[in-house]
Design a protein around this ligand. Sequence first.
Ligand SMILES: NC(=O)c1ccc[n+]([C@@H]2O[C@H](COP(=O)([O-])OP(=O)(O)OC[C@H]3O[C@@H](n4cnc5c(N)ncnc54)[C@H](OP(=O)(O)O)[C@@H]3O)[C@@H](O)[C@H]2O)c1
Length: 241
Amino acid sequence: MKNVLLTGCSRGVGLVITKVLVSKGYTVYGISRNLSNEYKNLMNSFPKKIKFKSFDLSNVNDINKEVFKNYIPNSTKLHAYINNAAIAYDDIITNLNVDRLENMFKVNVFSPLNIVKYAIRNMIFNRNSGHIIHLSSISVHTGYKGLAMYAASKGALEAFSKNTAREWGERGIKSNCIVAGFMETDMSSTLGDDMKNRIFKRTSLKKPTDLNSVANTIEFIISGNAKSITGQNIHVDSGTI
Ligand SMILES: NC(=O)c1ccc[n+]([C@@H]2O[C@H](COP(=O)([O-])OP(=O)(O)OC[C@H]3O[C@@H](n4cnc5c(N)ncnc54)[C@H](OP(=O)(O)O)[C@@H]3O)[C@@H](O)[C@H]2O)c1
């Protein structure tokens, strides 16, 4: 049985990742604050394959107890950790509010880094060459007005992932980032049409990024078909340039 810890499972990309993984036979241990109706329906359809824990990732110090001891102890052999949950604090830099910045970094960076710590311990305990995947953003590489603080949190993940790959590669543990382009989810729903059009103009395909494309790329990376891929940033972004 291949167990995957997935954060941000309740909606958006996380929901699509859950559907793809379960269709390929993985067991998904989902985490988000709220249990959405869509995720609940999936749980009803696949009662043994989809689990759920309500947890607020801003509680960085509770991760060992709540996520690992109470949900995924070492007796549950972890195949992959997919760091998908995130929040976007978007504003121009001159409006920066430290409390909001700190909260975003807790959810987007500090918690995922702390989860990687325990995920690697689980993989080593089980002598398992597992996978770590972080959802990054094209904003790290192109820059958008108003996204500097959000992009900084994703840039931190890219650096951490590259170094994780280097540090744990000898144990067979792989770490990669999926650099996603603009996708139509709740996260982007506050953007006006003008901003959306400006973003689409910078893509080669002139289209938003397809959520299934992101989910299927993740499944490929954690399948046995991508054994030599680690330390990479894999762009799934409609060809943003
Ligand atoms: N949408 C885009 O255009 C875009 C582009 C590039 C990259 N990305 C990245 O893709 C990933 C998925 O984004 P999305 O668009 O699917 O976002 P979304 O629709 O806003 O969903 C975010 C998910 O994270 C969970 N979450 C948020 N705060 C949390 C917290 N404090 N504790 C636990 N769970 C929390 C949410 O569930 P609850 O609210 O129930 O907790 C939800 O399941 C993110 O890493 C995002 O940065 C998105």
